[in-house]
Each structure stands twice: as C-alpha cells, then as structure tokens.
Design a protein around this ligand. Structure first.
Ligand SMILES: [Zn+2]
Length: 346
C-alpha cells in the first residue's frame, strides 16, 4: 500500500513538473477558434483550434502599442473570431493587416479590418480582388465539394465506434456546414494600401519588411521579414506542407524561392502547416517543383491528359520533407496549371 501511495506521489510530481515546464516554455494558448504559439517576443502564430473553419494560419506581430496581422482568414466570421481570440495574448489593437496573397482563405476576412486598420497587399492582390474571385475555380473548389464531403463524413460517423473519433468527425461536419453559411457574408475587399516591390513598417523599435520577391504560388505573394529577429512569414509561397499550385507560376516559383533563401532568417511562419526552421525544406520544395514540372511536361508530350498525368507523377522522393505525400500522384490542379501555362504562357 505504501508503495502505491509513493508511486501515486511520484506520478503526481511528474505531472506537476511537466505542467510547470509547459507553462515556462510558453506552450500554445488556446482561445476560442484559435491556438496561439509564441514564436518570439511579441510574435505569435495563430492556427485553428478546431471549432471553426478559419482558413490560413495567421502570424501576429505586436510592436509598440499596435498589432500587425498577416492574413485576415477565410470569412468575416473567422476574422471577428481572430480579433476576439487575440485578446488572450495581447491587448494591443490590430492596426495593420497584410494580405500574403489574394486567395480566399487568407483575405476574405479583410472587410472586418477596414475600419480600424490599414489593409496592405501587393498591387496585383488589389487587381485580382477587384476581379471575379468568387467565380474563380480555386474559390469554387472550396465550396462545391462540401455537400459530398459532409455526406461521406456522416457515413463514417454512423460506422465509428470510438466516441472521441466520432466527436471529431461531428465537429468537422458542423464546421463545414457553418462555413457554407459564413461565406454568404463575404464582400470581397481588396487591400487599400498597395505596393510593388517593398514596403517597410517600423513600430516600437521593430522593423517589418514587406517584400514581393516575384511570381510563385500566385502573382501576388508578399512575405513579411523581420531582419533583427531573423523570422519570415511566407504565406503560401512556402509552406511546411506541399503548397497548392492551381494558380501558380511553377518555373518562376523556383527562382523566387532562391530570392527568399537569400534573406538572412532561421524561422519560417508559413500560411499552412507548422512553424519550421532553416532553409532545407525550401530547397526540397524547389526540387519538388522542378521534378513535377519535368514529369508533367514529359507526359504532356506523350499525349496524356492533365488528370491522367496527375495520377502518375511520382513525388514520393520528397515524402520525408512533406508528410502529406503518401504515394504516387499529385494534385490535378497542379498539372492542369502546368499544361495551361505550356499552351498559353502568362
Ligand atoms: Zn494560397
């Protein structure tokens, strides 16, 4: 008996040490629809906590008495949640929003910030958002498959016996259905402050450089670089997962990533995935792009359709860097884009 009490005390002590270590290392703060990871003093990385579809991850930079948010998220509802949830880590108001690029999951919360903040983006982001982005296939592909996906999830729920798993699937259904309602509120709102090559914001002794390094994931990608902290927020120009290629300029992208690598940084806060360090992953993604372009181009010459080529392209050589690669085959949108640019260069 005495041994059991002792064991229980040891276990209790271990938990206490663990909890204390987490508190001291500043483990993530969960607040509403978001989870905030502290990356450096005043620098946070907001990701979804799972209760809502918020879209992209949003880096937050608090400088002096103001906060800058990179990406306004997927809907006005998500943006409002971000503003509210952010209070768990800072009481400073959001005065700047930077659109890393024009894609809906990064910029459709812009309207929420227009009154109290400067919404900044590349000249091309404004041009794109003044066009018909709500009819563009990348946006429509976020909406159209939902009913089918919900039906599939409901089937899995019916067969699931693990209550934890069941609950997670039910949350996914709820988030998807809520998203279909939340998009109705969207008024596409382009950035009101735009630039072409660079723009620098200095606040509270912190320098934030907004850079357009060339075409890549889109023709609107802006990175936010903190030279002193050696941190860069890359949007979807560089992710810790394989970035979407459906609106990309794959050849230019490789060269643009060379210009990204030329910056002096250690920490990357990407638009999707997780914070990562160093330049090895960027190098790997450049090789991935080169490889996918080469294979797609060869298959086009052989007369394969883009969708057939997508099933055959083998990028498994990169699965150690990008865990989402599980077997042969790539996103058909990537191959369609490569085919399209081969026929009609932009
Ligand atoms: Zn994107």
């Amino acid at each position: 008996m005495r041994i059991r009490v002792f064991a229980a005390l040891v276990a209790l002590f271990a938990v206490w040490v663990w909890v204390d270590a987490r508190a001291q290392s500043g483990g993530p703060t969960v607040s509403g629809a978001h989870r905030f990871e502290k990356v450096a003093e005043g620098v946070y990385y907001a990701t979804a906590s799972g209760t809502m579809n918020v879209g992209a991850n949003s880096p937050i930079i608090v400088s002096g008495d103001e906060a800058l948010v990179i990406d306004s998220e997927i809907t006005p509802a998500a943006a409002r949640a971000l503003v509210a949830d952010l209070k768990a880590v800072t009481d400073k108001p959001v005065r700047y929003v930077v659109d890393s690029h024009y894609h809906y999951d990064h910029s459709h919360g812009n309207q929420v910030f227009m009154r109290d903040a400067q919404v900044i983006g590349h000249d091309n982001t404004r041009t794109r958002m003044l066009g018909n982005v709500l009819e563009q296939y990348t946006y429509l592909n976020s909406i159209k498959p939902i009913p089918e996906r919900v039906a599939a999830l409901r089937q899995r729920i019916a067969q699931e016996s693990d209550p934890q798993q069941k609950k997670a699937l039910e949350q996914q259904v709820a988030n998807s259905l809520a998203y279909l309602e939340q998009v109705k509120e969207t008024t596409v709102t382009p950035p009101a402050v735009t630039f072409d090559k660079t723009m620098t914001i200095v606040k509270g002794g912190r320098e934030m450089r907004l850079l357009y390094l060339g075409r890549g994931h889109t023709d609107t990608d802006v990175v936010v670089y903190l030279p002193k902290e050696r941190i860069v927020a890359t949007g979807d120009l560089m992710e810790s997962v394989v970035s979407y290629m459906g609106d990309s300029f794959p050849e230019d992208w490789i060269a643009t990533l060379d210009r990204l690598k030329a910056l002096d940084f250690d920490t990357v806060m990407p638009g999707h995935g997780v914070v990562f360090h160093g330049k090895g992953k960027i190098e790997a993604f450049q090789k991935y792009l080169r490889d996918v372009i080469t294979q797609a181009t060869a298959m086009k010459k052989q007369g394969l359709s883009a969708d057939d080529a997508a099933l055959k392209i083998d990028a498994t050589a990169y699965k150690n860097e990008f865990a989402s690669i599980r077997g042969v085959g790539v996103d058909p949108a990537a191959v369609r884009r490569i085919y399209q640019l081969a026929d009609r260069p932009e």
